[in-house]
Write a protein that binds this ligand. Structure first.
Ligand code: ANZ
Ligand code: ZN
Ligand code: ZN
Length: 870
């Protein structure tokens, strides 16, 4: 018998599948329903990591399974290939980002092919190609025409030495990543924004449609991110100017307790104040330059500046001081708050620090006595944030604070002091990036016409090649050919926008482009996309719960409103895969993470080979810094793609964490070898191809038939219910054990019948078919060994017969007047009257019916016999 040589087999089938164009998908196939399965497209960093391997294996198993279930499956792959790392590489070693990116894609493409994934490579897309980014520009323009794109000033990180904008990840401890001694400052620049806030409510409402198919935790994260708040905007009159200062509060019932007001350092009023009171200029400047992450960190001490100005609380006419505070954010609410230190933690801390007055307006109620507990402000150690009874609030005294929330809001509206509003935490999406490796923004600036979008026929606006990657400034600004352009409107001279788009734009609609990847007239044709969208099953990491998954939903809705497609949501079902964990080894003596090859493992302990020191072992998320990652390519070379895939699928359900261990891989390899031998050593049983005569089965035959059908059922149901592939594989392993027993104890013995052989053949066939989504090369090879043509990818998934999953022998309870008097072990096929006769013959039953009249006998087949006597 020949050995299972995975290297040879995997290469052979990968070529065969490619030559036959097996995974090519038509947009429409008569009589087949479309099914779209998609894995999040990777950033081409250069090498596949184990998280990718897991993600794509999950997707591939689903794609293959659905195809075998008779669906027309779309399963594409592409490259999220714009972004910072390519540009950094260009700055550091001079290679053009395109060259770096292209070679990374080539390597990862080769690695993906090693895994035997069923992608339709004809639909491959890469976002860095002009054929793709042309449509980013086209969509940007359409959004601009619809008023969904606009420009406004916004704060960015700026390195004075690089003379350039830095991404958050390029700021390290407040310093520039390239200039460790240069503090990063905050600078206001005109930036492009997408008006995602216009869809805030629909993005929230849309959760109803996703409730079934998306994990709760992702919906919750999106809900918090959108952050809908019902509140009231109250106008405080500024004494110095006579103008109104609107503040947003969700707790208007505390309005009588306001003792000061605070505005954000970016608030437009600050400039006016500085004109009159320039002495606070430098403190304001300092406050503004602390980066947002630090400013809003929880538990951070709040900083304030007294402006010397005052505002009036409209409900009681009190004059209260106006402050500038770092805990107030300009881009939420109105950028100004009414402070109630007695009932808000942040205000309390601020008031204590700056000695501002406290005024209690809500007193708690004692739970037992139901009496009001009067709070003494000077004795407060914390703010009282609960509900209670109103005090110090004029005509609202004595009512509950819950009731006051509505009453005071109504009063404020009635008096014209303000009105009730809804605010969202969600902010408009800033898409301008001052860098090269992205989609150029198709805008121009003309002296005469102002901002003008490039004409459609001039799209794409291509990235120029005459640029310098010096690390200083935006490389696009070094290209004269790019900067100088013709105004699309008046034909005069115009300056091209040198910003490029956030790469999240690329990934917000790529799943639609796969449907119609070669379209040159439109991003995609409506009828084709409507045939596929929404994606039936999307698979990716939880780290994309908010931005990518929210931006894509926004784009989908915008494109729908432009009439380009019909569905409301991009992804019907979402699976967020768990992390891959591996053991890390940490040496206290050397104060570093060790490489696995430097440690010796003895049971649960590990020792540094060179010194014998016992080192710490921890199972944690694989990462470069902990030296605990595995390289999927090395695993595939060592064990084969099929074994690697099988291990990944068997070790944990897809949404859970997966602990990588080589023993598990070895176990998967052993199992495949067992299947291999079983098939190759028993080919003789494949000869009789006649169908099974189920009336001629022995008890042992029946047991194997039952196990087979139970297994098909289990495997199918585990896949259907949340893709619990580990259960599917475990069930197949059990079946294999029974087959081995059957082979040893029945076949070739006097117990063997013609039917036994046919049953064994049927089991062999089904094992190979059911394993094929997991280990496709291996199974195609066995399938060929078994004398079949055609690839398993195109074979129908087996169907189980419910009847055959149930044991023939059933236990029936026999009752006399409702009391259990005996049991019967009978074949399920025995008719009712037979069972009745047998029940009446049981010795113990006889005792209870002796001398009595049998009124009636109720037989519930397979369950119970009740004899009613008088
Ligand atoms: C007075 C008050 C009294 C408040 C009280 C709370 C408790 P959510 O629920 O998250 O929407 N706030 C408003 N705008 C702000 C801004 N730009 N920066 C920082 N804080 C701001 O939060 C709304 C509450 O957060 C508002 O209600 C306001 O403080 C504060 F006992 O107003 B509240
Ligand atoms: Zn710098
Ligand atoms: Zn012009």
């Amino acid at each position: 018998m020949r050995e299972y040589n995975f290297g040879e087999i995997e290469k052979k089938w990968q070529e065969e599948w490619k030559n036959q164009n097996l995974f090519k998908t038509e947009n429409k196939v008569e009589g087949k329903e479309n099914y779209y399965v998609l894995e999040m497209l990777p950033y081409p960093s250069g090498k596949l990591h184990v998280g990718h391997a897991r993600n794509y294996t999950i997707g591939d198993v689903i794609a293959r399974y659905k195809r075998m279930k008779g669906l027309n499956v779309l399963h594409p792959m592409g490259w999220d290939s714009f972004g910072l790392p390519a540009e950094n590489a260009a700055i550091q070693n001079g290679a053009h980002p395109a060259i770096w990116t292209k070679s990374n894609i080539e390597n990862m493409n080769r690695q993906l092919k090693m895994m035997g994934l069923s992608y339709d490579w004809d639909r491959e897309i890469a976002s860095y190609t002009p054929e793709y980014y042309k449509w980013n520009q086209w969509i940007f323009k359409k959004m601009y025409e619809k008023g969904l794109v606009y420009k406004k000033k916004s704060t960015v990180n700026w390195c004075p030495d690089c003379q350039t904008v830095l991404a958050n990840e390029q700021v390290e401890d407040g310093m520039c990543w390239r200039h460790s001694k240069t503090p990063v400052i905050q600078k206001d620049l005109e930036q492009w924004f997408f008006k995602i806030t216009e869809y805030a409510d629909e993005l929230l409402q849309g959760h109803k449609e996703l409730k079934e198919g998306w994990p709760d935790k992702v919906l919750t994260m999106q809900k918090n991110w959108i952050g809908k708040s019902y509140g009231t905007e109250v106008n405080l009159k500024i004494i110095e100017t006579g103008e109104n200062l609107p503040v947003f509060t969700t707790r208007v019932e505390t309005l009588y307790g306001v003792t000061y007001a605070v505005i954000a350092p970016e608030h437009p009023l600050v400039d006016e104040i500085l004109k009159v009171n320039p002495s606070i200029k430098s403190s304001v400047f300092e406050m503004k330059n602390t980066d947002m992450i630090e400013r809003t960190a929880e538990g951070k001490e709040k900083t304030g500046i007294a402006t010397g100005w005052h505002v009036i609380n409209p409900v009681n006419g009190e004059e209260i001081p106006l402050w500038i505070g770092d805990y107030v954010l300009m881009n939420y609410g109105t950028g100004a708050v009414m402070a109630v230190p007695t009932h808000d933690e942040r205000d309390f801390a601020f008031a204590k620090k700056y000695n501002l007055p406290l005024k209690v307006v809500i007193n708690p109620i004692d739970k037992k006595t139901k009496e009001e507990i009067v709070i003494i402000p000077s004795e407060m150690a914390n703010a009282f944030v609960g509900t209670g009874v109103m005090t110090n609030s004029d005509k609202f005294n004595g009512i509950s604070s819950k009731e006051a929330l509505t009453k005071i809001a109504e009063y404020v509206e009635e008096k014209g002091y303000g009105e009730r509003t809804v605010k969202y935490r969600l902010k408009d999406w800033g898409v301008s990036r001052q860098r090269y490796w992205g989609t150029p923004i198709p805008a121009l600036y003309c002296e005469k016409c102002g901002i003008v979008m490039e004409n459609d026929e001039n799209l794409p606006v291509k990235l120029p090649t005459d640029v310098e990657f010096s690390g200083n400034g935006n490389p696009l600004e070094t290209s004269e050919s790019f900067k100088h352009a013709v105004c699309p409107k008046c034909g005069g001279e115009a300056r091209r926008d040198t910003d490029t788009m956030d790469t999240f734009v690329d990934s917000s609609w790529y799943f639609l482009r796969y449907c119609d990847p070669k379209n040159t007239d439109l991003p995609f044709a409506k009828d084709i996309v409507d045939g596929w969208a929404p994606v039936d099953q999307y698979i990716g990491g939880i780290e994309h719960a908010v931005m990518h998954l929210l931006y894509s939903r926004f784009f989908h809705k915008v494109l729908r409103d432009m009439g380009l497609l019909s569905s409301n949501e991009p992804f019907k079902r979402l699976l967020t895969q768990g992390m891959v964990l591996g053991p890390s080894y940490y040496s206290n003596a050397e104060n570093r993470f060790l490489y696995p090859e430097d440690v010796e493992i003895k049971g649960a302990q590990a020792f540094l080979k060179t010194t014998g020191e016992e080192v710490q072992v921890k199972v944690e998320k694989m990462s470069k810094s902990k030296n605990n990652g595995v390289d999927p390519e090395i695993m595939i070379n060592k064990y084969g793609a099929d074994t690697t895939r099988l291990f990944i699928m068997f070790a944990a359900p897809p949404e859970r964490e997966l602990e990588w261990n080589e023993n598990g891989l070895a176990g998967a390899a052993r199992f495949l070898n067992k299947v291999w031998r079983l098939v190759l050593e028993n080919k003789e049983y494949l000869e009789d191809k006649k169908s099974i005569d189920y009336s001629k089965l022995t008890k042992e035959d029946k047991a194997l038939v039952r196990k087979l059908h139970q297994t098909i059922k289990k495997v199918t149901e585990s896949i259907e219910a949340d893709y619990h592939f580990n259960t599917s594989i475990a069930a197949t392993m059990e079946l294999l054990n029974e087959m081995q027993d059957f082979r040893a104890n029945i076949l070739g013995t006097e117990k063997e019948t013609t039917e036994s052989k046919k049953i064994f053949r049927e089991a062999m066939i089904n094992v190979v078919i059911m394993l094929s989504p997991f280990t496709p090369h291996f199974c195609d090879e066995l399938w060929e060994e078994m004398g079949n043509a055609g690839k398993l990818f195109t074979i129908a998934w087996p169907i189980y017969i419910e009847e055959l999953t149930i044991a023939d022998e059933v236990e029936i309870a026999v009752q006399v007047n409702g009391k259990l008097r005996g049991t019967l072990e009978v074949d399920r096929s025995i008719p009712k009257d037979e069972i009745e006769k047998m029940a009446l013959e049981i010795e113990n039953v006889k005792k209870f019916i002796e001398m009595k009249e049998v009124m009636k006998v109720i037989v519930v087949p397979g369950k119970i016999v009740n004899i009613v006597v008088k």
